[in-house]
Design a protein around this ligand. Structure first.
Ligand code: PLP
Length: 439
C-alpha cells in the first residue's frame, strides 16, 4: 500500500446523501421499523464490485448482499440466462408441471457437493427454508427429534431457525416460545477459547451426551466456518472429531454452507478445507446471482425419507433462478475461478495483517478466499463493538461497504466478489486503514 498510489474519490456527498435522506424519511413512514439497514444509502445501480447510490456515491461492495452476488453485479452469463428464461416462462411450479432446469440444478449440486455417494437435491427459495427442510429430512430419516447446534451459529429467521440461532436479540425477542429439542454446544473459536480442535470437540460431545444423548439426536447442524458469528474458523480437528462421533451414532451431519459455499472460500464448499463430508449440504445465497433459490443436497436414501408431497412450496426452484444457477455453477467450475478466489484471499489477508501491525484494535484476522473477519478488541482483548460502528461509518464515508459480524457485533465481516480486481482490494484496504485511523 504505497502512499504514492492515488485512489478515486468515490463519495460526492455526505453519507447518506440528500436523496437517500429523503427516501429514509419516506421509508420510516411506510416500511416496518423491524427491518434494518446496515448502510442506509439507497442503491440506484450496481456493476461488478461497485454499488452506486441515488446521490451518485460509489461504494466498493465488500458485502455482496451477504455473499449473494459473488460473481459480481450484472455478471453477463447468469443475467442473460435469466432474461432468456423469463421470456419463456417465469413460473409453472415444479410440483404442478416440472421443467428441466430444476433437474439440471439438482444434478449439478449432486456433482459439486462433497461426498462420493449417490445424492439427490430438493430446491426451495430461502436459506432458512432449506435449513428447515434439511432438519425435516434428518428427522424423518432417523425417526429422532433432537437437533444439535453450535454457539455463535446463525441459521435464519423462521420459527425453527430462531430456536437454532445463538443470539436471541434481535431475532427472537417477544415473538413467542422457541421450538424445543434443540441442544447447543460450544463451537471451536481459537482466538477466544485457545483450545485445539479435538479438545474443543470432545468438550462439545461430552455436553451433548449429557444434555441430549446421542440416541435422541437426528442431526448436527453446523456452519463449517461461522459467518454471522464472526467468520470463525474452527481449529483443525474440531469438525473431524465431531464427524467421527456423529457417524458412529447415526447422527445426520447437516453443513450449513449458505454463506460459505459455492466458491466463497476458494473451494466449492468450506467443508472441503476441513475434510468434512456432510450427509446433507444446504446452499442458498450465491447460487442464483441474486434470485432466491436454495437447496438441500445429500445422501439419496436420506433425501427420499419424506413422503411425496412433503417438501416444496409455491416458489421452490423458480425457473428464472434455476437458469441463473446453471450459469453460476458453470462459472465456478471453470478452471482458474477458485484459484483466483484463493489468491484474492491471500492478498486480503496479507493486507489485513499489515493493518493489524498498525492498529492495536485489531485482535485477530482470519478467513479464507473471499471470506474474512477482523475481530476488533478493547485493550484487554474483549469485544469492541463501538469500534466496529466507527470504522464501518468512516469506511462508508470513503466509499467502502463492510458488514458486521460476531455475536457482540465487533467483527468486520468482509465478503467481496470472488473475482474482484487487485486494484479494488488495495483501495479497500487503504480505506480500511484510514477508517481505523479515525478511532
Ligand atoms: N445460514 C447462514 C449461515 C446464513 O448466513 C444465513 C443468512 O444470512 C441463513 C442461514 C439464512 O438464509 P436466508 O436469509 O436466505 O433465510
Amino acid at each position: 500500500m504505497s502512499t504514492t498510489v492515488s485512489y478515486p474519490q468515490r463519495t460526492r456527498t455526505e453519507v447518506p446523501g440528500p436523496r437517500s435522506q429523503q427516501l429514509n424519511a419516506e421509508r420510516a413512514q411506510y416500511v416496518s421499523a423491524s427491518v434494518g439497514s446496515l448502510l442506509p444509502v439507497f442503491i440506484d445501480r450496481a456493476e461488478g464490485s461497485i454499488l452506486t447510490d441515488v446521490d451518485g456515491n460509489e461504494f466498493i461492495d465488500f458485502g455482496c448482499g451477504i455473499g449473494v452476488t459473488s460473481l459480481g453485479h450484472g455478471n453477463p452469463a447468469p443475467l442473460t440466462a435469466m432474461i432468456e428464461q423469463a421470456q419463456k416462462f417465469t413460473h409453472t411450479l415444479f410440483t404442478i408441471t416440472p421443467y428441466e432446469l430444476y433437474v439440471t440444478v439438482s444434478r449439478l449440486l449432486t456433482e459439486i457437493t462433497p461426498g462420493d455417494f449417490a445424492k439427490k437435491s430438493v430446491l426451495s427459495s430461502t436459506g432458512a427454508e432449506a435449513i428447515e427442510n434439511a432438519v425435516k429430512i434428518a428427522r424423518a430419516y432417523t425417526r429422532r427429534n433432537g437437533i444439535a447446534v453450535v454457539d455463535h451459529g446463525y441459521h435464519g429467521r423462521t420459527n425453527l431457525t430462531l430456536g437454532m440461532n445463538y443470539k436471541s436479540q434481535p431475532y427472537s425477542a417477544n415473538v413467542g416460545p422457541r421450538p424445543g429439542e434443540i441442544y447447543r454446544i460450544p463451537n471451536s473459536y481459537p482466538f477466544q477459547d485457545g483450545l485445539d480442535g479435538a479438545e474443543a470437540a470432545r468438550r462439545s460431545i461430552k455436553l451433548l451426551e449429557k444434555i441430549s444423548g446421542a440416541e435422541n439426536l437426528a442431526c448436527l447442524v453446523i456452519e463449517p466456518i461461522q459467518g454471522e458469528g464472526g467468520i470463525v474458523l474452527p481449529a483443525p480437528g474440531y469438525l473431524e472429531t465431531l464427524q467421527a462421533w456423529c457417524n458412529e451414532h447415526g447422527i445426520v451431519i447437516i453443513a450449513d454452507e449458505i454463506q460459505t459455499g459455492l466458491g466463497r472460500t476458494g473451494k466449492l464448499f468450506a467443508s472441503e478445507h476441513f475434510g468434512l463430508v456432510p450427509d446433507l449440504v444446504v446452499t442458498a445465497k450465491a447460487i442464483a446471482a441474486g434470485i432466491p433459490v436454495s437447496a438441500v443436497t445429500g445422501r439419496a436414501e436420506m433425501m427420499d425419507a419424506i413422503p411425496t408431497g412433503g417438501l416444496s412450496g409455491t416458489f421452490s426452484g423458480n425457473p428464472v433462478g434455476c437458469a441463473a444457477a446453471v450459469e453460476v455453477i458453470e462459472q465456478l467450475r471453470q478452471p482458474g475461478t477458485l484459484e483466483r478466489t484463493a489468491e484474492i484471499g491471500e492478498r486480503i489477508q496479507r493486507g489485513l495483517r499489515e493493518l493489524q501491525q498498525r492498529h492495536a484494535v485489531i485482535g485477530d484476522v482470519r478467513g479464507l478466499g473471499a471470506l474474512h473477519g477482523v475481530e476488533l478488541v478493547q485493550s484487554d482483548g474483549s469485544p469492541n463493538a463501538a469500534a466496529f460502528g466507527v470504522v464501518a461509518k468512516a469506511a462508508a464515508e470513503r466509499g467502502l461497504l463492510v458488514m458486521a459480524g460476531g455475536s457482540d457485533g465487533h467483527v468486520l465481516r468482509l465478503l467481496p466478489q470472488l473475482n474482484i480486481s487487485d486494484e479494488l482490494i488495495d483501495e479497500a484496504l487503504h480505506i480500511l486503514d484510514e477508517a481505523l485511523a479515525t478511532l
